[in-house]
Design a protein around this ligand. Structure first.
Ligand code: AVI
Length: 325
């Protein structure tokens, strides 16, 4: 049985590596090179992301925590007793503690994350602190259709998608995700979503710029880790010293773009292919889309959700909304 279990795990890993190889080659052989940001989050990348969340310049995490802290009672009341909390892209499962603490007798917690080992370690810690809550982790790519385990309890389903992760989708994909999450959560559910606010009278573009260009270079390391991961998992030979982190706010698109810029004319071998990078050419590695409250509400409505409430912080830099269907 052990051998069977191991070969099933190996088969899953092989399939994941094959998908990674296909996505990397497709992205780097395109006329405008790009890589999907979901691949940032291997073990090293997840650890770097946790460090980003504690950087002085990276305000989204602590600002959202402040909002959740102030509004936890309201969220608990919206969830009602015996609810099941379903988190999309759970990472370190830290923010969810605020919600679990505010909910009356939560029945279950269902974290969904692509980074299995990181999630399982986080859930093990959480399980010790919330022994009465069934922990039902799902290792999956939440950008794809997925099955969530049968829920314990009869309470409401409360979805949770914090951290402005929704900003890493294009607006079209974000609307698609909201609609798909609506199918997963079902009728009568509620959905707590955190999103980052666009430049405004209250928020200068320099705030956005600094958040993605921290002085310690952690965001640069996070971005470059994508190349290190390709080296590790696909046996490529990227020289990380010949690429540079670049991040900027595009006002017209209302998004921060992250790129890796090639510092030389060079060729890199990846999975049997030789790929050319011109000096100054970039790999577009991430969009982090920012929304006005009105634009977000419109998108949620198109995806079949009614907006119950929206909260922001005193500086009006970040927002948390509760949607219902
Ligand atoms: C996960 N996501 C919301 C982060 C963001 O701000 O878009 C990822 C990140 N990229 C650079 N810094 C943080």
């Amino acid at each position: 049985l052990k051998t069977l279990a191991r070969s099933a795990a190996e088969a899953t890993e092989e399939a994941a590596t094959a998908a990674f190889r296909t996505d990397v080659l497709t992205g780097l052989m395109a006329p405008r090179k790009a890589l999907p940001p979901k691949y940032f989050y291997d073990e090293a990348g997840s650890r770097l992301f946790d460090l980003i969340c504690r950087l002085p310049e990276y305000y989204p995490t602590r600002t959202e925590l402040g909002i959740l802290h102030a509004r936890a009672g309201d969220i608990g009341a919206i969830a009602g007793a015996g609810a099941t909390l379903i988190e999309f892209g759970s990472g370190s499962s830290e923010k969810v503690r605020l919600l679990l603490d505010a909910m009356a007798a939560p029945a279950a917690y269902v974290p969904i994350d692509i980074s299995g080992a990181h999630m399982r370690a986080a859930v093990a810690r959480l399980g010790r602190d919330y022994p009465g809550v069934a922990m039902l982790p799902v290792e999956a790519d939440f950008t794809r259709p997925l099955a969530v385990p049968a829920m314990a309890g009869q309470g409401r389903r409360l979805g949770f998608f914090p951290g402005s992760t929704i900003g890493n989708f294009t607006p079209d994909a974000a609307a698609g995700f909201l609609a798909n999450a609506g199918e997963v959560l079902g009728p009568g559910s509620a959905f707590v979503v955190g999103f980052d606010l666009a430049e405004s009278a209250a928020k200068g573009a320099e705030v956005l710029h600094a958040a993605y260009n921290d002085r310690q270079g952690v965001t640069a390391a996070f971005n470059l880790n994508l190349l290190a991961r390709i080296n590790r998992e696909l046996g490529a030979n990227f020289d990380l010293a010949r690429f540079r982190h670049d991040a900027f706010y595009d006002r017209a698109e209302r998004r921060v773009e992250m790129h890796l810029e090639s510092l030389a004319d060079q060729r890199v071998r990846i999975a049997g292919e030789s790929i050319r990078f011109a000096r100054g050419e970039t790999i577009h590695t991430e969009n982090s889309c920012k929304y006005t409250p009105a634009a977000f509400a419109r998108m949620a409505r198109h995806a079949g959700w009614a907006q119950r409430v929206i909260w922001t912080d005193p500086r009006e830099w970040f927002a948390v909304t509760v949607l219902e269907r």
